[in-house]
Design a protein around this ligand. Structure first.
Ligand code: ZN
Length: 272
């Protein structure tokens, strides 16, 4: 691997390089990695900033929305003077200001059944920072089909959840945990039920940490475990997840072979 860092790189990443688990080799792995972030909202803001700061070489971001005043309570990569600007342009400006050495690919449109598979396949690791079940299931299925690791975070009110799904390496997929979307209206969105802004920030940072661990191959993976954080109780707990032998996406009799089931799915905004 190319370890040809210049003086600026060595200074910028010195606190990483000092870590025995990372060093110059690990920093080079980060530079050669490509990560896709779906949703430039409350999870995507800290996630993108920490991936850029860490020196992940190529970061893709997809979101079809523009920055609104009501986003700024939690979506901290955006600014008041960028209200009305597309979220992907806004978050890319923030990430480039932090680290101009990383490449940010922006896509200002929604994730659809037509574009998801090719997009996901273009990256090593995929992050779900969306705010609706249609997008979550579409992205999860695309990751299974493209054999890509999915780092998935979710928040609502005062609670967050996080897991890593990589059935291509063994372990469960998203549909092993949630076989199908809940009936419409059963689970409220953040727009309906609210969310404490800082909770999205913590979960986005935890998500970034798991992405970096997966790239570096260090520590204990969160694959096969679900991390649940109750912010009001100040309690983290971890639940073991197992592959579902009847999983429609990754089981031995899986019926998932393309994304056609999502073709008529309407995908609302990706801006949790
Ligand atoms: Zn599965």
């Amino acid at each position: 691997m190319d370890l040809d860092f210049n003086d600026g790189d060595i200074t910028r990443y010195s606190r990483h390089i000092l870590l025995a688990e990372i060093g110059g080799t690990g920093q080079a792995k980060l530079r050669h990695a490509a990560v896709l972030v779906v949703g430039a909202g409350g999870l995507g803001s800290p996630l993108l900033l920490y991936l850029a700061a860490a020196g992940v070489g190529r970061i893709g971001v997809i979101d079809g929305d523009v920055v609104e005043l009501s986003n700024l309570q939690r979506q901290i990569a955006h600014t008041t003077d960028r209200i009305g600007v597309t979220k992907v342009a806004s978050v890319a400006a923030a990430a480039r200001a932090l680290n101009p050495n990383v490449r940010i690919d922006t896509r200002c449109h929604r994730l659809t059944a037509a574009n998801a598979l090719a997009l996901v396949a273009d990256y090593d690791i995929v992050c779900d920072g969306t705010d609706n079940f249609a997008s979550r299931f579409l992205l999860a299925d695309a990751c299974v089909l493209a054999r890509r690791t999915l780092v998935s975070a979710a928040v609502l009110r005062f609670e967050g959840q996080l897991s890593v799904f990589r059935p291509q390496l063994g372990g469960p997929c998203y549909r092993c945990l949630y076989p199908a979307p809940p009936p419409p209206g059963l689970v409220p969105s953040c727009a309906e039920a609210g969310v404490l802004g800082a909770v999205t920030g913590v979960m986005g940072c935890l998500q970034a940490t798991e992405v970096l661990k997966e790239i570096l191959g260090i520590g204990e993976t969160l694959a096969g475990r679900l991390l649940i954080w109750d912010a009001l109780a100040s309690r983290f707990r971890t639940v073991r997840l197992r592959p579902d032998p009847h999983c429609p996406a990754c089981g031995p009799d899986a019926t998932l072979c393309d994304l056609s089931a999502h073709a008529d799915t309407e995908n609302p905004a990706c801006d949790r």
